[in-house]
Design a protein around this ligand. Structure first.
Ligand code: PLP
Length: 279
């Protein structure tokens, strides 16, 4: 694999960063994951817009111009002959002597990116649906910023796997916030319910695309928080993320949802999303 490190394209074994990098020492960095289908990026503009917001919120400099980021993504697709999978990119505040406060003077941000080939469109999980568990949301108060501080989500995902599930829905004050790496939805009486945007969840790019597609299709989406009890009594449940698109959920905490089969609303929404993404 060819990876990108601070302006250079290198074999992955040669991609290295400093032990003083603030991303490594403080999780002082942000990231984006964009899907690639048929060699083309999905929702890329939205990902770059969110990257700009994450950088701004953390008072971090852009590592290069937007045009240069576009070239980096295109080059990684080309050099790795990537037809389907993801591109991961990360920006940190850079390497400097270890102090909690920002380093004095000019520090060059660190920019790295790599590809992962994956089968996304014909993901077998989309046919059967996946299982989720619920777990307390242990994250900080600015989940709207896509930082690399991912320990709580990693613990949640591990707990899910150990319980035979594929994702964990995080819960705060009895309400579902979101998945460890996805936004959360339920369907009741044909209407989709998903948590409203705030500092408590990440504004998913797939969520945004889904809202637009649902509106065009006349599917009503209500933006409000929902409880675990409501989810357990829902007709359908699903999640969205850049790499999973729209993924049906058929079990929550061991309880079957919608008879244990992906329901009509989620199947329709996934179809709409894929139709646009593969066009
Ligand atoms: N929420 C969290 C916490 C995430 O980490 C992610 C993506 O990784 C999402 C939601 C979904 O966002 P997107 O659709 O932009 O991938």
């Amino acid at each position: 694999r060819t990876v990108f490190v601070n302006g250079e394209y290198l074999p992955e074994s040669e991609g290295k960063i400093s032990i003083f990098d603030r991303g490594f020492l403080f999780a002082d960095g942000v990231y984006e994951v964009s899907a690639v289908i048929n060699g083309k990026l999905v929702d890329y503009a939205a990902h770059m817009e969110r990257l700009g917001r994450s950088l701004k919120e953390l008072r971090m400099a852009w590592p290069c111009t937007r045009d240069e980021l576009d070239v980096m993504h295109a080059e990684l697709i080309k050099r790795n002959a990537l037809t389907e999978g993801i591109i991961y990119m990360q920006v940190t505040r850079g390497a400097a002597d270890r102090t909690f406060n920002f380093p004095k003077g000019e520090v060059t941000p660190t920019l790295i990116a790599f590809t992962q080939a994956m089968s996304l469109v014909s993901n077998p999980n989309a046919v059967t649906g996946i299982k989720v568990i619920t777990t307390p949301d242990l994250r900080w108060a600015r989940r709207d910023i896509k930082t690399v501080m991912l320990l709580a989500p990693a613990l949640g995902k591990q707990e899910a796997y150990e319980k035979g599930a594929q994702e964990a829905w995080m819960v705060e004050d009895g309400f579902v916030t979101e998945g460890t790496s996805s936004n959360a939805y339920i369907v009741k009486d044909g209407k989709v319910i998903t948590r409203h945007l705030s500092n408590e969840i990440l504004a998913g790019c797939t969520r945004r695309a889904l809202m637009r597609l649902a509106k065009e299709e006349g599917v009503e989406i209500i933006e409000r928080k929902f409880t675990v009890e409501e989810a357990l009594a829902a007709d359908e449940a699903f999640l969205t993320s850049a790499s999973q698109f729209v993924m049906p959920i058929v079990e929550i905490d061991g309880k079957r949802i919608g008879g244990g089969q992906p329901g009509p609303v989620v199947r329709k929404l996934r179809e709409l999303f894929l139709k646009e993404a593969t066009a």
